[in-house]
Design a protein around this ligand. Structure first.
Ligand SMILES: [Zn+2]
Ligand SMILES: [Zn+2]
Length: 281
C-alpha cells in the first residue's frame, strides 16, 4: 500500500477507532444490566434484535465517516453566523458568576427543554418521514439511539444553536451533548425500568419505550430525553409501567439502511410532484 493510500485508510478508520472504546464499554454495561434484570432471556432478546442492530451499525458507520464531519462544519458555520450578526446573548458574566457546575446544569435543563419541543416538531406531518427512521426499529436496544436519518440529525442541532444563542460557553454545550448522548443510550436500552420515584424527574427506559410503541395509546408521548418533567408539564407524559410492545411504525420504510435513507425523499417527492391529473390536463 502506498503511503498516501495508507494515510487515507488511516483517516477513514480514525472515527471507528475513536468510537470503539465508548461503544464497547456501553455494549458491556448494557449487556450486564440486561442479564441482571432478565437473566437468560436477555440473550434471546439480543438475538431477536440482531437484524435491527445490523441496520443501526451501518447507519452509525455512515454517520462517523460522512455525516458527523458535515454536521460539525454546519454547526460551526451557524454559530459563527450568530456571532457575526450579533444574535448571541452577551451572557458571559452571568455564567462566570453562577459558576461551572450550575452553568452545566443550566445547559442540560435548557437543552432538554429545547429538545422536547424540537422532538415534537419532528413528529409533525412534514418532518415525520425523516424521523420515522428512528421509530422503525422494532427491537429497541441502547444502540437504536444511532438510527437517525441525516436530515433528522441536522434538525436536532437546533437545540445546540439555541443554547449557543443564549451565550452558554462551549464547554457547557459539550458537557450537555455528552450527558444527552449517554442518557440517550440509557433510555433506549432494552430494560423495563421505570426508575420508581426518580421517574418523577428523570426519563426512563420504560418511558421512552412507550414513545416508540406502535399503534397504542402511549405512542406519541414522552418527547424529552433526560427529564420527565417537561412531558408532565406539557401534558404528553405516559407511563403506566413497562411497555410490552409492539414497537416500530406502520408504514413501509424500504429495505435495510439504504431504503431508510431514501424513504423521506420518496415521501416528499410524492407530496410535491405534479399530480397525473394536473399533468394530463
Ligand atoms: Zn420520536
Ligand atoms: Zn428514541
Amino acid at each position: 500500500m502506498s503511503p498516501q493510500l495508507g494515510e487515507i485508510a488511516g483517516r477513514l478508520l480514525q472515527p471507528f477507532v475513536e468510537a470503539a472504546g465508548p461503544l464497547a464499554a456501553c455494549a458491556l454495561v448494557f449487556a450486564v444490566l440486561a442479564w441482571l434484570t432478565k437473566g437468560p432471556r436477555a440473550i434471546a432478546d439480543a438475538r431477536a434484535a440482531a437484524g435491527e442492530t445490523k441496520i443501526n451499525a451501518v447507519i452509525s458507520a455512515v454517520d462517523a465517516i460522512a455525516v458527523d464531519p458535515l454536521l460539525a462544519v454546519g454547526m460551526a458555520a451557524v454559530v459563527a453566523a450568530l456571532v457575526s450578526h450579533g444574535l448571541q446573548l452577551d451572557s458571559a458574566r452571568l455564567w462566570t458568576w453562577i459558576g461551572r457546575w450550575p452553568t452545566i446544569a443550566a445547559a442540560i435543563v435548557l437543552g432538554d427543554l429545547f429538545g422536547y419541543w424540537r422532538h415534537r416538531v419532528q413528529h409533525s406531518r412534514r418532518l415525520w418521514p425523516a424521523h420515522a427512521i428512528h421509530h422503525s426499529d422494532t427491537h429497541l436496544t441502547w444502540f437504536s439511539l444511532g438510527r437517525l436519518h441525516p436530515i433528522d440529525r441536522a434538525g436536532s442541532l437546533a437545540d445546540m444553536v439555541l443554547l449557543s444563542a443564549l451565550g452558554l460557553p462551549v464547554w457547557a454545550l459539550a458537557a450537555n451533548a455528552v450527558v444527552r448522548h449517554f442518557y440517550g443510550y440509557f433510555i433506549h436500552a432494552d430494560l423495563p425500568w421505570t426508575l420508581g420515584k426518580a421517574g418523577w424527574v428523570l426519563n426512563s427506559p420504560a418511558m421512552h419505550r412507550w414513545h416508540h410503541a406502535r399503534d397504542v395509546e402511549g405512542s406519541g408521548h414522552n418527547f424529552a430525553t433526560v427529564f420527565s418533567v417537561w412531558d408532565r408539564m406539557f401534558g404528553t407524559f405516559y407511563q403506566p409501567g413497562a411497555c410490552p410492545g409492539p414497537l416500530g411504525v406502520r408504514e413501509d420504510l424500504g429495505q435495510g439502511a439504504l431504503g431508510q435513507y431514501a424513504h423521506p425523499f420518496k415521501v416528499w417527492w410524492r407530496a410535491i410532484r405534479p399530480g397525473e391529473l394536473r399533468l394530463s390536463s
